[in-house]
Structures are given as structure tokens and as C-alpha cells.
Design a protein around this ligand. Sequence first.
Ligand code: SF4
Length: 383
Amino acid sequence: MTEKWQELFRRAAEGALARVDDALKTHGYLRQLAERVREARLEVLNNLDYYIEATKKAVESIGGRAYLADTAEDAREIVGKIVGRGKVVVFGKSNTALEVGLREYLAEMGNEVWETDLGEFIVQIGDDRPSNMIAPALHLSRGDVAKLFRERLGLDVGDDPSKLAAAAGDFLRAKFAKADVGITGANAIAADTGAVVNVENEGNIRKATVMPPVHIVVAGVEKIVPTLVDAVSQAIVQAAYHGLFPPTYLEVSAGPSSTGDIELVRVRPAQGPREFHLVLVDNGRRAAAKDPVMREALLCIRCVRCGFVCPVYRAVGREFGDPPYVGPVGVMWLAVTRGIEAAGPSAVKCAHAGNCREVCPMKINIPEIIHYIKSSYLSKKTK
Ligand code: SF4
């Protein structure tokens, strides 16, 4: 597993890093945009409670419902009540949904639940765990995926990635067509308008936000930024620093579907979802925001560029962290969401190479945060 991971990772990381460098050289505005996004994130971090309330009010003003879940359990209960039982639920990509165990919870309630991001879908049908926060099936080769499709779905299409992607697309299109609820995450949430922005390439998030009659967004409170312009900027920066620029799709979801086509009066719903719910998840984030060292982790936009240059993640993969939170960014997020005890065993593996800090678009001092987690964990152990 380790050698195979190292080879798959090496190829993926080399390609991604080269594409990031290329985008930054070609589009000079990306670095400035990243600086502006950092400023926007800092503004929210310094006034988090204010922006949470402003976001909730903004969502209500556009016909949606907004909730603040203090814990993972609260998030599951809130979403469970909205969804109910016996429904077909399609997930777009949401690491926060994975963080709170939403898929398993909804399935246990008696719902048919499908991940629709190709990587998450592969992980789901393999009863596996993700190895990367953006590319969850990074540990699997095309041959592995072909075998899974054959054995778990009865789809025998060979191991050409484009054929595998098309087969998954056909399979999932049928699920979208009958879905009652779409659940997505958010790259950013605009406090001034209540609009949620997602960036993607597959088109599955677009479908999950528009096709089912109910759209639920599950996202951490740190995704809030002051304005819609900040939110779009953040999504663009995230795509660029992940190595997928320009992104194929950029989506704004602001409340239930609407139209102004009759007498220019804006009414809701129209052809898309008739319900829009935003579930903001705290789960340790507000406490982290008050910690002088941990708070910087909340500036993270989850581009995972830090993971691509990390020698420990390169060597051991998802063992550095605990899925979905893996790699240097994952160790920080484990500490935020599950505490020092959960993150400590991974933090002690950190080699403190410092590469992560050099490449982080948000200029987060990741080694300092991991050192802090490590020393807090070890001092508790030796007491
Ligand atoms: S810590 Fe920085 S480099 Fe790593 S995922 Fe977050 S924003 Fe990207």
C-alpha cells in the first residue's frame, strides 16, 4: 500500500504543483486575490459571532432557513429532521458532512444516500476512507477503480479513466433524477447576501444544488466571508492553488430558486429547489477562534497545496491525520473539530520540514500550529 500510494501521490502532486505554478505565472492577479481573501477571512475571524448572525439573517431574507449546529450531533439532528425518512439523498462534495458523519446517519434513518463527487463515490462503493480532502480516491489506481465498478456496480468498462468517469456519470444521473434532497458543502458563504459559493469541475454539485426540490448546505462557520465578491474570490483562489484553474463551474446558490419573469416581480420557488437550508457547523471552530495559536487554522481555504509538498503525507498518506482530515491541513482540522487528543498522534509524526507554510496561500504558520498540538498532547500524556 505504501509504495503504491507514494507512486500515485508523486504523480498527482507533481502535476498539481506544476499547474499551480503555471496559473500563478500566467494570471498575476491570483496572488493579489489570495491576499484580499486572507484579509476578508481575518475580518470574519475577528468578529465571528457577528458574522454568523449576519449570515443567518441574510439567508432568512432570501427565503431560506439558517441554523447553527454547536456540535456534530446537532448537525446530524438538524439535517435528519429536514430530510426525514425514505428519501433519496444526493451529496455534492462536503468534508464537513463527512466530519459530522452525515451520510451514515441519514442511511441509518432509512434513506438512500449517494455521494456524487466521483472520488467520494468511489470511496463510498468501496466502503473505503478518503485519502485526500479534494481527491478522496487518490490512493486507488485506475485498475482498482475498474475492479470496484465491476464487482460493486456490475459495470465492466475497462480501466480508461474517461470511460470510468462516464460510466459513473450515467449511474449517478439516474440517482439525481429521482433525488428528493441535495446536500452540498460550500467553498464560501457571503454574510451580506446569504449566498453560498461552490467551485467544481464535474458538474455534480451543480446538479445537487438545482435538481432536487430541497437543497441543504452543510458547512463550517469559518466559510463565512463578508461579501459575495469575497466568496467568489475565495472559490477562485481555492481552485487556482489546488491546480485546477480555471475551474469548470462556479456556482452561486442564494435561497430557493426564483424568477422575475412576470411583471419583474421576484417570486420563489421557480424551477429549481423550493427549499434552501444552510446548516452552519461550529463543532469546535468558535473555541479555536479564541485560541491564540489555533485560530489561524480557521483561515484555511482547503486548497490542500500544503499536502502536496509535505514529506510525511507523501510517505504515509492518510495515516498522517484521520479521514477526512489528512495531511498537514488535516492535522490542524482534527484538532479544531475533535480536539488535541484526536490530533496528537498525527501531530507527533510531523517532521517540521516547513514546506507547507511556504506554499500556503493564506500564509498560515502550519508548523507552529502542529507544534502547538504536539506539545499540548505530549504534556497531557506526561502529566
Ligand atoms: S493550510 Fe494553507 S495550503 Fe493547506 S489547505 Fe489550508 S489554505 Fe491550503
